[in-house]
Design a protein around this ligand. Sequence first.
Ligand SMILES: [Cu+2]
Length: 121
Amino acid sequence: MSSHRFGSFLVAAACAFVSMAASAHAILLDSTPKPNGTLAAGHVQMMFKYNSKIDQHRSRLVLIGPDKTETVLTIVADSKSNELDTSADLTPGAYTLRWQALALDGHITRGDLPFTVVAKQ
Ligand SMILES: [Cu+2]
């Protein structure tokens, strides 16, 4: 399934039966941070951009910290309709952003995006 990048392997099986042209489940196109990217410590803006509109109220961003604690991040209410925007205060370490996006076709896609926070220069 080349259409599901960034490790989104948990797409509902029903998606396989939807014709590719009609399929509108959310595929991650771009993000800040990038997968395996780095961010400078501090108050960090994060963004996940998808190929289609998503239901922001029923999508989820969970931050997994260096100590493996999980924090549900607040999604900015006035994000663009195809984005999940959030921010957090981050100290240096290895993090994972676990995203779950509900597209308007009712399908949920998920992915884990690992990144590193480094001390400000
Ligand atoms: Cu779908």
